[in-house]
Design a protein around this ligand. Structure first.
Ligand SMILES: *[C@@H]1O[C@H](CO)[C@@H](O)[C@H](O)[C@H]1NC(C)=O
Ligand SMILES: *[C@@H]1O[C@H](CO)[C@@H](O)[C@H](O)[C@H]1NC(C)=O
Ligand SMILES: [Mn+2]
Length: 473
């Protein structure tokens, strides 16, 4: 049984969106009630708007320093944002005031453990900075057991036959031998490491490329894209714009398939990094657990090394810029700067690398703090200036679910594409991909519906689930 199933105990996201709306109306009538902010903070936590959740919890505490649930929620927001020390301080406050609250005790303990663990990891990280988990593995020496009946790499190399067989095998929910997964990952890491952080491609008038957005472990929907739009090939190139893993229960199948095509067609099959190709996201949203359940901890470490080498942006014909999240928290960023980003790392909390993976567009001019609590939101004026300064036509980004699978904003200058239909088995959205042709570089949208898949996704943020307060009122 390959599907890692975690069911979501919460009501649909829509209900929380409605709660946010009602509390916002209540706050407009009375802006000094800590409970309104505290309760809206919880709704934001559930919809993963951790930046807004944090702001509301802080506001609630500011209004009423004795409102203990404010501390609880500020801690939960900080936990979700990976700010463990700040979270620990608030849990400590809660535990002091409510020494008999078992739930608070548990969260306090859990958080202190994580803080110690991180400190330990930092201490040994200096040592291991350049070392790869591959050095501690004997991949060549791994034996293929007689009973293994799945696809085999010939001389360690991926072929089209191998990938076609693999996709069929995966559809039957079978597991590729770990030796082959390791071989694919080692090779794809080498291939990706050759690339600059900004990859440039050019299409002549007769060529086109297909741009796909988030796929999030929805393997059966990925197969449907190939069904509808054709298998990748040198004459049918693809760009997958990040967030291949987490949430869906077939993240391993999605990423191994994509890595296989990257090896087969390195110049015609492109992968960009999303904010989910990172350790902290993989810990919270399922991929680490899935890899450990299907393979091992070392295998996850190697995936992490591969992710660190994924390029951050692509430029088509020097006119269309593609990235997972969006534009920048500061003015004046150039393509040259993007090209030179030292990307082989976990993304920093701020700066251009963080923005490329995390930011979102907003309808109003200027910039605002991000609802997610990471990077920023950028307005149409920011997009226009950036494009003018860099001689570009428009940007394509992903990162946000859209009802129609795509959305065109900022007067046509900012296009969003999302390719995980019926996201998390509950959003009811369409998926989409874009055709870009060398003749005009105009985006042509193709929508598709979700297909039936054998297992429900890992929808909830696992650790936010542990850290979100279960107290009522
Ligand atoms: C680690 O790798 C970097 C480049 O990736 C190199 O500049 C540095 O010298 C290496 N350090 C060690 C200790 O090997
Ligand atoms: C806040 O939420 C709780 C449920 O968590 C509810 O019982 C309470 O009535 C809410 N308070 C207000 C003022 O809406
Ligand atoms: Mn994303």
């Amino acid at each position: 049984m390959l599907g890692v199933v975690v069911t979501c105990p919460f009501p649909a996201v829509k209900d929380y969106d409605r709660a946010v709306q009602y509390y916002t109306e209540a706050i407009a009538l009375n802006p000094n009630n800590a409970i309104y902010y505290g309760n809206r903070s919880l709704a934001y936590l559930r919809t993963e708007c951790y930046g807004y959740a944090l702001a509301d919890a802080s506001r609630a505490i500011h209004i009423d320093a004795k409102y203990i649930k404010g501390y609880y929620r500020r801690a939960a927001s900080n936990m979700a944002l990976g700010k463990l020390k700040a979270a620990l301080k608030d849990y400590e406050t809660v535990v002091k005031v409510r020494p008999n609250d078992k739930d608070a005790q548990m969260k306090f303990q859990e958080c202190s453990k994580l803080v110690r663990q991180k400190a330990f990891e930092r201490a040994i990280a200096c040592d291991q900075h350049n070392r790869s988990v591959v050095d501690s593995l004997d991949i060549e020496g791994m034996t293929i057991e007689d009973e293994y009946s799945g696809p085999q790499l010939q001389d360690g190399k991926v072929s089209l036959d191998f990938l076609v067989e693999l996709m069929t095998f995966y559809k039957e929910q079978k597991k590729l031998h770990r030796k082959y997964v390791y071989q694919i990952l080692v090779q794809v890491k080498e291939t990706l490491a050759q690339l600059p952080s900004l990859v440039e491609v050019s299409l002549d008038k007769s060529q086109q490329v297909t741009v796909c957005g988030d796929t999030h472990g929805q393997f059966y929907d990925l197969m449907n894209i190939f069904q509808l739009n054709g298998l990748p090939s040198e004459s049918n190139p693809y760009i997958f714009n990040g967030d291949f893993v987490d949430r869906g229960s077939f993240s391993v199948e999605v990423i191994v398939t994509l890595c296989g095509f990257k090896l087969l067609y390195p110049a015609h099959f492109h992968l960009l990094r999303g904010n989910h190709e990172t350790d902290t996201m993989n810990q919270m949203y399922g991929f680490e657990g899935e890899v450990k359940a299907k393979y091992s901890t070392q295998m996850f470490q190697l995936f992490s090394e591969v992710f660190q080498w994924l390029p951050l942006a692509m430029c088509v014909n020097q006119r269309v810029l593609i990235m997972h999240g969006g534009l920048f928290s500061e003015d004046g960023v150039t393509l040259e700067q993007i090209r030179n980003i030292e990307r082989n790392r976990q993304p920093p909390d701020a700066g251009p690398m963080c923005d490329l993976l995390w930011s979102d567009p907003q309808p109003q001019d200027g910039r605002s703090p991000s609802k997610r609590g990471v990077s920023c939101q950028f307005g149409p004026d920011i997009t226009r200036h950036f494009l003018e300064e860099n001689g570009l036509d428009y940007i394509i980004r992903s990162h946000e679910v859209k009802a129609e699978g795509y959305e065109v904003t900022h007067n046509g200058l900012c296009v969003t594409v999302f390719s995980a239909p019926n996201y998390c088995d509950q959003m009811g959205n369409k998926g989409a991909y874009i055709h870009l042709s060398g003749s005009d570089l105009k985006p042509k949208f193709h929508q598709f519906e979700a297909v039936v898949s054998p297992s429900s996704p890992v929808c909830c943020p696992v650790s936010a689930l542990h850290s979100a307060p279960s107290v009522s009122s």
